[in-house]
Design a protein around this ligand. Structure first.
Ligand code: GLC
Length: 633
């Protein structure tokens, strides 16, 4: 099928821009058709034509400065894999009060070296409770207390001017029960009923439930909610007031394609595809990671490539290793699905290695990952706004002599501070009595012993806890990917128990690690010897060092060496212009590594300290010490 004639759609646009659009369309048309064929085999050609019209309409609306950004990104399509890229995630209100307030704090981010800012949901949600904004009533309006769409556009411009790319959530698995689509569906409008999964009785919901897990077993058990007004059971994977959209319906695709381009035209440069794993439902499965999810993502990304190619996609798929690869594209889809994906296994394995003081499971689990497409990037992180789920694979655990269930149990106990000698101060989130799962909330500093060390006043303990926090971030910065810092970790913010006083937050302890930014604590980063100074400068230094290391370009794969000394992680990264060997002691005891484990000459410089500690003898590694060995420049 040949590319549609778009000339009439672009009439009046500068000739140069028409050519640009047509060139992109030619390039991406086959990808669009094949993607749609994967999810909507009978309707692909018709859908593709509709989507091209949507792309063209939005291209016409694309402001000149963003068209220029598109061209810049074309000149450096791998811009998001560069070692200068560092992300920061926060809620706009907690960080800056309003969108304009965030704009006033941008220099703080610049000082830290941030080049990418994820502001958690800020499009208009239902009134609380709204799952931290993940229950949207209007995708074309901003939360009242934060400002307006114009403020959002202005903030994106300010950020762009400072070299920071704005990321927003695209909550596309569900809408708030109060969204106009849901209201119309409830009132019986057949067109909008088609936007949701609504059932007259429990027959199908029960059949689906047989194989569905529960996301919030504690405060929203089950996956369906009875709606009195429409007398139907509505699919609600998350909370009862988050209605799952029916992505089997092409009209949903058109709505989101248009929305994606519209957000890109505001200056949004990355969309975090929230809960993307859950999009497509299939009887007899857990309704996650269905192949159609990837086909739909590819189709939506293709539309963006044509209309606004500066936009990239990040998949929020918190799934196991085998399921994760297709989010970045495998086989003929390689590099065509999302541009980035959260490296959830890395996150879990860092916590596991630190608790167990043993890296064998880390190595087994991470070594199982197939190489990702070189044009795509992991999003590496230690903490985010969510809880930590102990995604330890039973097979991986068994391969290193552990029992998966017992290890998950140990990690939950350890980080809840229930394990003997644990200095972690986490809270148990969503205990599932059927499976024994216990997820954990808590800030990085509290989970890593800083809260306990401050309470005991033990300076040595505090030193070790700070080293541990820095080491964990070094792994995040050194693994290869776009590292994402969670607000406050750069200042070692501890748990904030005030969430208990906020009625809408009290039953969701993820708020313990979502504090309001204490700017007075941030100011202490300039006071030598303060906790904030030590953590901020440790992190800031590593970020600055990292930015100059070509081996840390995210396109390079990390090789994980065998755990010869299980207390020490060794990564090797071979870029065309630089080889880098990273060494991390995940324990509070000094360790030594046989010299042959570090495959680099004695001339190698530790980029973090600019020292050359390698000799012909074993390498000594202090508690929680990091080495980033590279050849001197
Ligand atoms: C994602 C978000 C989480 C939210 C859920 C439902 O997992 O990170 O905070 O509860 O989606 O939208």
């Amino acid at each position: 099928m040949s590319t549609p004639d778009v000339a009439p759609l672009l009439e009046g646009e500068p000739v140069h821009d028409q050519v640009v659009f047509e060139t992109r369309l030619k390039r991406y048309w086959p990808d669009l058709l094949s993607a749609l064929g994967g999810a909507y085999p009978d309707q692909a050609p018709e859908m593709a034509r509709r989507l091209v019209v949507i792309a063209a309409e939005n291209f016409r609306q694309r402001p000149a400065d963003l068209r220029l950004l598109d061209l810049r990104r074309h000149a450096d399509p791998q811009w998001f894999s560069r070692p200068q890229m560092v992300g920061y995630a926060t809620y706009a209100d907690l960080f800056g009060g309003t969108l304009a307030g965030v704009g006033e704090k941008v220099d703080y981010l610049v000082e830290l070296g941030v080049t990418y800012l994820h502001l958690l949901p800020l499009l208009k949600p239902r009134p609380a409770p709204n799952d931290g904004g993940y229950a949207v009533v209007d995708y074309r309006a901003v939360r009242d207390d934060l400002g307006t769409i114009d403020d959002l556009r202005a903030l994106a411009t300010v950020l762009r001017g400072k070299g920071i790319s704005l990321t927003l959530d695209l909550v596309l698995n569900h809408v708030a029960a109060e969204h106009e689509w849901a209201r119309a569906a409830r009132a019986g409008d057949p067109y909008f009923r088609g936007f949701f999964h609504m059932f007259a009785d429990r027959a199908l919901p029960d059949a689906y439930e047989a194989t569905l897990p529960q996301v919030f077993p504690d405060f929203a058990p089950g996956n369906f909610t009875y709606d009195e007004e429409s007398h139907s059971w509505v699919w609600t994977t998350f909370n009862t007031w988050q209605w799952d959209l029916n992505w089997h319906n092409p009209d949903v695709v058109y709505e989101f394609a248009d929305l994606i381009c519209w957000l890109a035209n505001l200056g949004v440069e990355c969309l975090r595809l929230d809960a993307i794993a859950f999009l497509f439902k299939r009887m007899g499965t857990n309704c996650q990671n269905q192949p159609e999810v990837h086909a739909i993502t590819q189709a939506l990304r293709t539309v963006a490539r044509i209309a606004a190619p500066a936009l990239i996609f990040k998949a929020e798929a918190i799934v196991g290793p085998a399921d994760l690869a297709p989010y970045l594209g495998v086989g003929k889809h390689a590099g065509k699905v999302s541009d980035m994906a959260y490296q959830n296994s890395l996150m879990v394995q860092i916590w596991s290695a630190l608790a167990a003081k043993d890296t064998r499971l880390f190595c087994a689990a991470l070594n199982r990952f197939p190489a990702k497409p070189p044009t795509t990037v992991w999003d590496t992180y230690l903490r985010c706004h969510d809880d930590i789920g102990w995604a330890i694979d039973d097979g991986d655990a068994a391969s290193v002599g552990l029992n998966g269930f017992e290890h998950r149990h140990f990690l939950a106990d350890y980080y809840a501070g229930l394990y003997p000698m644990s200095d972690a101060r986490g809270l148990v989130f969503q205990e599932n009595l059927e499976t024994g799962d216990r997820r954990i909330s808590g800030s990085a500093a509290s989970l890593l012993g800083i809260e306990a060390a401050l309470a005991s006043g033990d300076a040595d303990h505090l030193d070790l806890a700070i080293q541990r926090l820095l080491l964990a971030h070094h792994i995040v910065l050194g693994f290869g990917g776009l590292p994402l810092l969670w607000m406050g970790d750069e200042l070692a913010l501890r748990n904030d128990y005030h969430f208990l006083d906020v009625p809408d937050h009290a039953d969701d302890n993820r708020w313990v690690h979502r504090p309001r930014m204490p700017w007075e604590a941030a100011a202490r980063r300039h006071e030598p010897d303060s906790l904030e100074h030590r953590v901020w400068h440790g992190l800031r230094h590593a970020i600055a060092v990292r930015a100059a290391l070509p081996a840390l370009d995210a396109a390079v794969e990390t090789e994980i060496a065998d755990p010869v000394n299980p207390a020490v992680l060794v990564f090797v990264r071979r870029a065309p212009t630089q080889t880098m060997v990273e060494v991390y002691n995940v324990t509070d005891a000094p360790q030594s590594l046989p010299r042959w484990v570090v495959p680099v000459g004695n001339w190698a410089v530790d980029a973090l300290t600019e020292q050359t500690p390698l000799t012909d003898g074993p390498l000594l590694v202090a508690p929680y010490q990091t080495f980033w060995f590279v050849q001197p420049v």
